[in-house]
Design a protein around this ligand. Structure first.
Ligand code: ADP
Ligand code: MG
Length: 337
């Protein structure tokens, strides 16, 4: 609230409204007892000895990342924190303190409060506390930014650059649901269509794989990434960061039955490969540890092998298979069957 506001009317009037909105937002967020939360110039908290802080942030812009005719303000808030929690999950970290920044026009305060409610809903479920933020006027689209800091054991971080030759690539959960939900909305299907519920839930209420990430880290897995841009792109990130050549068998990708029923298998697979916003984990495992990890992940999204890290090949290269042979992803990411 200290920056100049070009053309925002009298400073005093603007401040009065913003203070009131901050007060309403702040009232929604339970404050932890072990530090300073909302109300001072900055928040404080302690990091347990021997752990490192793990920080991430993600910004959502109305019209680009969400539409309020397709998602409720609560959905938007849920997702704004969920995507950050997914980054922590992919590092093997745990939550966490969050800071929430909102840019909103004064007449849309109810939507800002709805967003804060959605954030608090997933914060409560994941042991996250919202301890501060910033609230500004935006004459245009609503903007929501969440910054999140968690903790992890420094020797058990899950990194993109730690895949080894011979590792298997595996995923939690199922892929392509969120992209299929979005495709259905773009096709004009209703946002409350019960037949599409699993897909719309995947799109609007993703569940970050925090327990899976922590289980992988505890089991000495070293390499993981969260699937925010589709299996193909995340496999390429691991290949590039690790300097390895990897193979992904698209036919092995676990799909949503509802997506296959609604769009057919080929399109459902396409959405899983390139659609994004799944917020599942892709990770590299030593084949000798497959059974132990399958058990460790049984209650946390499970383990489905979708590929492997090659011994040799060109660093950073990804080869896609469809069960029988190689397939090509074209420039737009479409699978050429
Ligand atoms: P400052 O001018 O020092 O930045 P502000 O008036 O912006 O303080 O904010 C007052 C308090 O309210 C601070 O503790 C800040 O972290 C908190 N706050 C402001 N906006 C939000 C928000 N959208 N969500 C949570 N806390 C917020
Ligand atoms: Mg401020």
């Amino acid at each position: 609230m200290t920056r100049p506001r070009v053309g925002a009317g009298t400073r005093r009037a603007a401040d009065a409204g913003e203070f009131e909105l901050i007060g309403e937002l702040a009232a929604l967020f339970a404050q932890p007892a072990d530090g300073l939360g909302i109300g001072d110039d900055a928040a404080t908290w302690t990091t347990p000895a021997g752990l490192v802080s793990v920080g991430t942030t993600d910004m959502l812009v109305e019209g680009i990342h969400f539409r309020l005719d397709w998602a409720s303000p609560e959905d938007v808030g849920w997702k704004a924190l969920a995507v950050n929690l997914s980054d922590l999950a992919a590092m093997g970290a745990r939550p966490g303190r969050a800071l929430l920044s909102i840019g909103v026009s004064p007449e849309r305060r109810e939507q800002a409060i709805g967003i804060a409610r959605g954030i608090q809903a997933i914060a409560t479920r994941t042991g996250t506390s919202v301890v501060g933020g910033d609230t500004v006027r935006s004459p245009g689209p609503l903007v929501v930014n969440v910054a999140l800091v968690g903790v992890a054991e420094p020797d058990h971080l899950l990194r993109r650059d730690a895949a080894r030759p011979g590792d298997l690539l595996a995923v939690t959960g199922r892929l392509g649901g969120a992209a299929a939900g979005l495709a259905a909305l773009i096709d004009g299907r209703a946002r409350d269509d019960v037949d599409l519920q699993p897909l719309l839930d995947a799109l609007h209420r993703p569940t970050p794989r925090l327990a899976a990430g922590q289980a992988l880290a505890a089991a000495d897995v070293r390499c993981a990434i969260d699937i925010s841009d589709g299996l193909a792109s995340e496999a390429a990130h691991i290949a590039k960061a690790s300097g390895m050549s990897v193979e992904v068998d698209l036919a092995a990708a676990p799909l949503f039955e509802t997506a296959v029923r609604t769009f057919g298998r080929d399109r459902a697979l396409q959405l899983a490969a390139t659609g994004g916003e799944d917020y599942e984990l892709l990770y590299a495992v030593d084949p000798a540890r497959l059974d132990a990890l399958t058990e460790a992940l049984a209650d946390h999204g499970g383990l489905t092998v979708v590929g492997r890290v090659l011994d040799g090949g060109r660093p950073g290269e990804v080869t896609f298979l469809d069960g029988s042979g190689p397939v090509v992803l074209d420039a737009k990411g479409y699978v050429a069957f």
